[in-house]
Design a protein around this ligand. Structure first.
Ligand code: CU
Length: 304
């Protein structure tokens, strides 16, 4: 409780303590009053019950006091929450990308790492993105927690005030290995941060655009990228491979090149891969642009 780990810790902790305090006070007070009344007003022989009607002062008291308390609890929560959405202008921007089941942190200059390195005492804005499903970005030590929503730009920010490692958890159930989706925020001195960032290699040119086309068009539902057989043949090692196909009823061998890949996508039933049924894959002619077919080809070449 209470630390300088981030600029939000003290505000969140005091709101938490105050609300817990109020709750505990009422739990004890109400339970004690209840027990006292049960003993004092239990049914006694030969004593007629007394009916009590209206007591305006009492009623106003028990409406006004709890209302003020509840409004106060709302206020301290609100007051603590607002600054979390107001990022200082000079904040460093880092993007956190969640995917099943890991985090990737992307720094200025297109560098990336799987732990989030941040400098001490500097405001850091973390843009939150998701590649697939809903994920969470929760840093209990910093008292921050935000969702990473696909197709939406969310963010979080903090200023770390203590050196050390802090856990990051995915707090949204995102599939089988959800419980393994965690990472670390490592707070280092600004000098160490600069040195580390400088040494971090720039991310390789993005050849995964083709992968996006495959994902967007649902090809991955029938074709795997890792060598396993699925409804259709795997894409791994396909480019340049020699395969058996049936063309117009006749078996033949061919070497997979760009032209074959293109005709497999636009006219999949022309050459049927031996061992697979015809008619399962529909033609993507006119659905996938030539430009995107090129991207697919470029990507498949990298799948050795
Ligand atoms: Cu997740």
């Amino acid at each position: 409780m209470f630390s300088n780990a981030s600029n939000f810790v003290n505000g969140v902790d005091s709101a938490f303590l105050i609300i817990t305090g109020i709750s505990v006070f009422f739990l004890v007070a109400l339970t004690a009053a209840m027990i006292y009344f049960v003993v004092k007003y239990n049914r006694k022989k030969g004593k007629p019950a007394v009916q009590i009607k209206d007591n305006s002062l009492l009623e106003i008291t028990w409406i006004v006091i709890p209302m003020l308390l509840v409004l106060y609890m709302f206020y301290i929560g609100w007051e603590g929450f607002l600054p979390m959405r107001e990022v200082p202008k000079d904040a460093i921007e880092i993007t956190a990308v969640g995917s099943m089941w890991k985090y990737e942190f992307i720094y200025p200059g297109n560098k990336s790492s799987d732990t989030l390195m941040v400098p001490l005492n500097k405001a850091v804005k973390v843009n939150l993105a998701s590649k697939d499903v809903l994920h969470g970005f929760s840093v209990p030590g910093f008292r921050i927690k935000e969702d990473m929503v696909p197709q939406k730009n969310n963010y979080s920010w903090f200023t770390a005030g203590e050196l050390g490692d802090f856990d990051v958890y995915c707090t949204v159930y995102c599939g089988v290995s959800h419980s393994y989706m965690n990472s670390i925020i490592r707070v280092v001195t600004p000098a160490d941060y600069d040195k580390w960032l400088k040494a971090l290699p720039v991310k390789k040119a993005d050849n995964s655009l083709g992968l996006k086309v495959l994902e967007k068009n649902g090809c991955i539902a029938c074709h795997t990228l890792d060598g396993t057989k699925s409804v259709g043949p795997t894409f791994k090692g396909l480019h340049g491979a020699t395969i058996d196909v049936t063309t117009a009823g006749a078996n033949r061998k061919l070497t997979v090149d760009d032209a074959y890949l293109e005709s497999s996508i636009t006219d999949p039933n022309k050459d049927i891969v031996t061992g697979y049924p015809p008619g399962v894959m529909k033609s993507y002619k006119g659905i996938i642009k030539d430009k995107d077919i090129k991207l697919i080809n470029e990507y498949l070449k990298t799948l050795k």
